[in-house]
Design a protein around this ligand. Sequence first.
Ligand code: SF4
Length: 339
Amino acid sequence: MAETMENPKAGLPDAADMLLECKGVSVSFPRYGAPVSEALRDVSLDIRRGEVLGLVGESGSGKTMLSRAIMGLVPPPGEVTAGTIRFEGKDLGKLDEEQLRRMRGRDIAMIISNPRGELDPLQTVGQQIGNVLRHHLNLTRRQIRERALDLLKQVSIPDPQRRMDAYPHELSGGMAQRVVIAIALACSPRFIISDDATSGLDVTVQAQVLELIRSLVSERGTSMMFITRDIGITAHYCDRIAIIYAGEIVEVAGREVFFDDPQHPYTVLLLAAFAQNERLRRYWLGGDKVQEYTGPSPVGCPFQNRCVRVEERCRGEHPALLERQPGHFVRCHFPVERP
Ligand code: SF4
């Protein structure tokens, strides 16, 4: 095992390769008569040009809050209370609302999991794609129609000419998701956030849509943050994987290293559950010491109430995110050693 380092720059790419850089980002929600609730704590994460980063975590772990912070859409009364988010070197926290609005859709786009909720039921598919093109690009009506049709072809919508004039309720779930992808791609953004984009779809349609997203971003050299609860999906679609737990990044590594040598106990638990491999869980994590879960702990390691490797140190000292090998970051006092 390489010696641990606390140098946050170690293993990072050149500044020119960096598209998005989150540094020490915290998001808090004030609560009446109670301490503030921290939805994100000290999140540092970078995304390189052309890279697909998988962000994995359970519901409420902070995945969606991070995407909202990047888009400048943290719901009030929540706010970014610390850290910086830079896109192509630009500090997004310094942009005004109008500048952020112009950036959304043109430079950074989002694909979410509920396409029907995203689409306007009163407008045709062609009108909705056209709205984005009209807002961000200086095109004639004819050019907009041609471009919208071309986008429907790119996302493999059957009979695209006819679908241009269809309303959302006339589309299947898979088709509606393809329309949302077409809208996200409309202005050729350099960065796409896919937030659990396929979770509501049938398994076969899910695989097709995932394949489509992956091939479209790799053809265009677009970077993507791929948010999911399903760690298995990241093995096929992501270059690098980050695990988030209770608002903190607990492990980040390139795909091969991540699956070959996972080191945070929570990552191992997720992988063992995905593989349905009880022997793996016991072997790596050392037995049956299953803890009764009582929520993330506010003091020490937030994972201590679920961790089978917990020691006294974990209860009093919050672990830092350390680079244990180049590019492999782990937040744990007692990382799992490969058997
Ligand atoms: S710091 Fe301790 S409690 Fe937290 S994940 Fe590591 S071993 Fe488990």
